[in-house]
Design a protein around this ligand. Structure first.
Ligand SMILES: [Ca+2]
Length: 425
């Protein structure tokens, strides 16, 4: 009864707002201020139009609480423009703004470059170890040392060729004064076990306020290794927390547990390619889920996020995930999930001055859906969702905030682009 009522109401609201929605799609890169702005909707499912109106992949799965999926569609009242800083990057995977406004970019085949704020693309930095760039592998995320201004140290993750396959590793090095090379390069952490595959490496790097480094991983996808996302003697399908020397952080949750790897911070992830620390210092991740099961999680120490035992969605073949349920005691529910999926990669909590209206919002890149997702969060729940840059038709791989408060974005294309999203001049 309530469901039918809300569906009818949603249809009425959808009809009433469809003109404004169409206008938005054609003016993503232009001013949105001349449009009649829609007031942001309150935080319930029953009195708003969800942004997502397509058929769910698994419609019989019910969310655990109201607002866990299909949040209210919201619309920014900000005047922004997108500048293409450079093109011709090969499958860029990460963008990291430098303190002076230039951008450090990784390219999946194994290159790291600096692109100046004005769009001059530097030669690849020397000193980057070999990567296994087959499939989803390659040079992945990059993060600046919290003390970069003084130590010029850079951390990065990559799929490392190993004796029996490959696995995600983390390295660090010091950027030379002339910005042409990395020195003192050292692989500080090697995830185990190696696996002979080309999928689900994760990975994002995010520094916690205490200076420890979160490393998000995947479970390598293959059904043979996938169960290791729940095994404590494997790094696969985990979020890790390590020191800048690659050692387990001393107060990690499982350091005293027999048989558990001491780097583990949280358990039960599928392929985490989006991670961001919020203003309170908490880690959030967006996990690339199965079909109908991309999920946003607030990651807490020692908790189990379910994969592949407790999850929304289904296999990409359309088959059910073997023996999986959507809810179970002892396993964390996602804060939010997408069905159909967006294929999330890259995340940033917005804290800048350029767009005061967006402060506290979480931006997420979407590969499959080729857009930038904006989530409005209140009290740990998603209360609104907007999709930006939908007209550009490019897979968004990473989004980061620069020191100027602009958002910097790289696109996962063979001829990949670096964009700056800033207030209209
Ligand atoms: Ca989960």
């Amino acid at each position: 009864m309530r469901k039918n009522y809300s569906r009818i109401l949603a249809a009425i609201i959808l009809a009433a707002t469809s003109t404004a929605c169409n206008t938005q799609t054609t003016s993503q890169t232009g001013s949105t201020t001349e449009e009649v702005s829609q007031p942001e909707q309150p935080a319930t499912q029953n009195n708003c139009t969800p942004l997502e109106t397509r058929q769910a992949n698994v419609p019989e799965q019910e969310p655990a609480f109201e607002g866990q999926t299909r949040a209210c569609g919201i619309k920014s009242d900000v005047d922004f423009e997108v500048t293409v800083i450079t093109k011709g990057l090969e499958k860029p995977w990460a963008v990291e703004p430098l303190p002076n406004g230039d951008l450090l970019v990784t390219e999946k085949p194994g290159r790291m470059r600096i692109v100046t704020a004005s769009g001059e693309t530097g030669a690849p930095l020397t000193g980057v170890p070999k990567v296994d760039a087959r499939g989803q592998g390659g040079l992945l995320d990059v993060a600046l040392s919290p003390d970069f201004a003084t130590d010029r140290t850079i951390y990065w993750s990559f799929s490392e060729p190993r004796a029996n396959g490959n696995a995600t590793s983390v390295a660090k090095g010091v950027l030379s004064e002339d910005r042409k090379s990395l020195s003192q390069v050292k692989v500080i952490f090697q995830a185990l076990p190696a696996f002979d595959g080309t999928m689900h490496y994760g990975s994002r790097l995010a520094f916690a306020p205490d200076g420890t480094l979160f490393v998000t991983l995947g479970e390598r996808s293959n059904i043979k290794i996938r169960p290791q996302a729940q095994h404590m003697d494997s790094h696969m399908g985990k979020v890790l927390r390590i020191t800048t020397e690659g050692k387990p952080a001393q107060d990690n949750p499982f350091v005293n547990q027999q048989g558990a790897l001491p780097e583990i911070w949280s358990v039960g992830h599928r392929n985490v390619q989006a991670a961001a620390v919020d203003a309170e210092g908490r880690l959030w991740i967006v996990d690339m889920g199965p079909q109908g099961g991309d999920e946003l999680n607030l990651v807490e120490k020692g908790k189990n996020y379910g994969w592949p035992l407790v999850t929304y969605g289904e296999e990409y073949s359309g088959e059910p995930i073997p023996n999986a349920v959507t809810k179970k005691e002892g396993y964390e529910q996602p804060v939010y999930y997408w069905d159909p999926v967006i294929a999330p990669s890259g995340a940033q909590f917005y804290t800048g001055d350029a767009f005061p209206e967006w402060r506290g919002n979480l931006f997420v890149g979407a590969l499959k859906e080729q857009r930038l997702v904006r989530l409005q969060l209140e009290n740990g729940r998603v209360t609104g969702e907007e999709h930006l840059l939908t007209d550009r038709g490019q897979r968004i791989r990473d989004v980061r905030q620069g020191p100027d408060g602009a958002l910097y974005i790289v696109t996962d294309q063979t001829n990949g682009e670096l964009w700056k999203l800033a207030p209209r001049r």
